[in-house]
Design a protein around this ligand. Structure first.
Ligand code: MRU
Length: 354
């Protein structure tokens, strides 16, 4: 289970038990909660690629355990060969998805740890040190989510209408989510508010996952299709937007699920605050601006089909960028584990997270 009392009984996104890695297959939600053991690195790579595990922090946690999986059965190798296998495994996992920085961040942290271990440590010792680090990354993610919840919850008052996009919830993390963390905490304190959840075409993370998890927590939730947000804003139903992010650049530009930029522009038009929740593992000070963030382009079938049924003519050209970049000037604040960061982002992010 994940998230504890605030989220209700949600299954864990990622679980390592007795040297085995298990993932919840999120492609099947909400109809089925199927847990799948990851037998090897290829299977994990495929699970990340096809979004069985998804959401920036959850991908990072899964990759950290993936490196344990990579060397689990190689403990007879000499130290140098084991470290080389680890580096190769890290590069392979990072190649699964390019936009969420948490993936490269978690792999980098694990490799850095392995490289700094005493030269006298044998392969079995390296394996157990890696498992301890992956456990720390997972536990820290739980704590980061809780802290974002504390800092963001005061934004939500009684009768607030909160719009969110995609799933930056418990299912995207090891804890209570990023964008949803303030919602879970406010709800736990008895605040009465409603969440409007964009369905999030093409893969419907909002409809399939966010609506499902908030409903289980007993948070009043209204599901809308993406093209309804402007109308609801014009009707005065939305007071606040909170989304997650896959990478925050040093200047405060944020990459998030495709459609987020449109929501941010709408929010500015209607004078609605637009907040982005992000743990420090998603802040990438090495990337100067959003223009440098690589946007994942996915297959055409996600656009030409709906619920597995073809809805477009044969041979139609498509585009399927999975993320977009919202410029920092549209972001009212970044809800981090250290508090809400506001403009000027370049200075304030560097001061808090360099
Ligand atoms: O393609 P996905 O489902 O992995 O996209 C997820 C998002 O865009 C989330 O908003 C983001 O990862 C933040 S998760 C806390």
């Amino acid at each position: 289970m994940t998230g504890g009392a605030l989220t209700g009984t949600l299954p864990a996104t990622v679980r390592w038990e007795d040297g085995r890695l298990y993932l919840l297959d999120q492609t099947l939600l909400p109809a089925q909660t199927r847990i799948e053991e990851q037998q090897d690195l290829q299977q994990l790579h495929d699970s990340i690629r096809r979004l069985a595990v998804r959401g920036a922090p959850a991908i990072g946690v899964a990759a950290a355990w993936g490196l344990c999986l990579a060397v689990r059965d190689k403990q007879a190798l000499p130290r140098e060969a084991l470290l080389a296998a680890l580096r190769e495994a890290g590069a392979y996992l990072i190649s699964a998805r390019p936009t969420a920085v948490n993936l490269a961040w978690a792999v980098g942290r694990m490799l850095e740890l392995a490289g700094a271990l005493p030269a006298t440590l044998d392969a079995a010792g390296i394996y157990s040190a890696l498992c301890a680090e992956a456990r720390a990354i997972q536990d820290e993610d739980v704590a980061l989510c809780a802290a974002m919840g504390e800092h963001g919850a005061p934004l939500i008052g009684d009768n607030t209408g909160v719009l969110t996009h995609c799933n930056a919830g418990a299912m995207a993390t090891a804890g209570i989510g990023t964008a949803t963390a303030p919602m879970y905490v406010a709800h736990g304190r008895g605040v009465k508010f409603r969440v409007y959840t964009d369905e999030t075409r093409p893969l419907l993370q909002g409809a399939r996952i966010t609506a499902w998890e908030l409903q289980q927590a007993g948070i009043p939730t209204t599901l809308i299709t993406d093209n309804m947000a402007a109308h609801l804003m014009s009707q005065g139903l939305i007071d606040l937007v909170i989304t997650g992010t896959d990478r925050v650049a040093a200047n405060g530009d944020v990459a998030n699920k495709i459609g987020t930029l449109g929501v941010a522009i709408l929010a500015r038009h209607f004078g609605i605050p637009f907040y982005v929740a992000c743990p420090s593992s998603t802040i990438d000070l090495a990337t100067a601006t959003g223009a440098e963030i690589r946007i994942e382009e996915r297959g055409a079938e996600e656009v030409t089909t709906f619920g597995g049924v073809r809805v477009a003519p044969p041979d139609i050209e498509t585009r399927n960028p999975a993320f977009d970049v919202t410029p920092a000037e549209l972001v009212s604040g970044l809800i981090t584990e250290r508090g809400i960061v506001r403009q000027p982002y370049t200075d304030n992010l560097a001061r808090l997270f360099a």
